[in-house]
Design a protein around this ligand. Structure first.
Ligand code: BTN
Length: 125
């Protein structure tokens, strides 16, 4: 049966791009994230991510993106599936934490949402 291999390039429903490097034997992985959108008005730049996946066929996944161009952090969690067309997809929830200088503004610093990622086909050379 088809398996979910996280290593490679992914694009989500917002047009954001993510490249995941090799996954280690215990499920640890890292990569880079290029978001298509931002809650800030800063110039968007590539940002690092680090995460874990469980070691099974349709693994649950969690990763953190540390934005290089803003003071925010996003955590993603979800699962990889093989969809009806036989392609791997990541069905993810996310929390985006924005920075606040004032404890009184804590309540409004967390956005929540969902993203689905499709794997971009690798071009054989
Ligand atoms: C920021 O705005 O401070 C950093 C960029 C946040 C981008 C968010 S993370 C959740 C959602 N999914 C994406 O691919 N981009 C947005």
């Amino acid at each position: 049966p088809a398996q979910c291999n996280l290593t490679g390039q992914w694009m989500n429903n917002l047009g954001s791009n993510m490249t995941i490097s090799a996954v280690s034997r215990n499920g640890l992985f890292s990569g880079v994230y290029l978001t298509a959108v931002s809650a800030t008005n800063k110039t968007i730049m590539e940002s690092p991510l680090i995460g874990y996946q469980q070691l099974k066929g349709s693994p649950t996944i969690g990763f953190t993106v540390k934005w290089t161009f803003s003071d925010s952090i996003t955590v993603f969690t979800g699962q990889c599936f093989i969809n009806g067309k036989g392609r791997p997809v990541l069905l993810m929830s996310w929390l985006l934490r924005s920075d606040s200088d004032n404890i009184k503004d804590d309540w409004k610093q967390t956005r929540v949402g969902f993203n689905n990622f499709e794997k971009l086909p690798t071009i054989p050379i």
